[in-house]
Design a protein around this ligand. Structure first.
Ligand SMILES: [Ca+2]
Length: 150
């Protein structure tokens, strides 16, 4: 019993802090309550022992889509995923180091607009009105984001 109380005492400040920034569902997905640039999103997930979401398969994406619907997440804004681009032009998941193999790019994406679009946004809404398709975007733009238990 003492062990359980000790664990709760250790976890409760973390849980309270998490609640300031993130909302959780029962499947281990966390959606941000505010916006961060890509590095900020990556860091905030990591701070809470979570990972910015990566999508390896259509099944991963379907699971995320389900979670976003559960959160009533807006389809009119973008969300950072953990994808980033190498100088070679290849994309990889910065959290795992694995190459991005499965993709779900929106029409005309990735377009590296302006030459600075090196991070992966879920939600290509503004230009093509394709919610929950992928878009490459400037990493310094502030977006909502999704973390997941690794
Ligand atoms: Ca783009």
């Amino acid at each position: 019993m003492n062990l359980i109380i000790s664990i709760l005492l250790i976890l409760s400040p973390i849980l309270l802090l998490t609640a300031q920034h993130l909302s959780a569902n029962e499947k281990g997905y966390y959606i941000s309550k505010d916006k961060q640039d890509f590095l900020g999103a990556l860091t905030l997930c990591k701070t809470y022992g979570l990972e910015l979401v990566s999508l390896r398969t259509p099944e991963d994406e379907a699971e995320l889509d389900y979670a976003l619907n559960e959160f009533n997440a807006s389809t009119e804004v973008g969300y950072w995923l953990a994808g980033t681009k190498l100088k070679t032009g290849d994309w990889y998941w910065v959290t795992t180091g694995n190459m991005v193999l499965y993709t779900n790019w929106g029409d005309g994406q990735p377009d590296n607009s302006g030459g600075y679009e090196n991070c992966l946004e879920l939600g290509n809404f503004n230009q093509y009105r394709q919610p929950r398709k992928w878009n490459d975007l400037n990493c310094t733009i502030e977006l909502n984001f999704i973390c997941k238990q690794p």
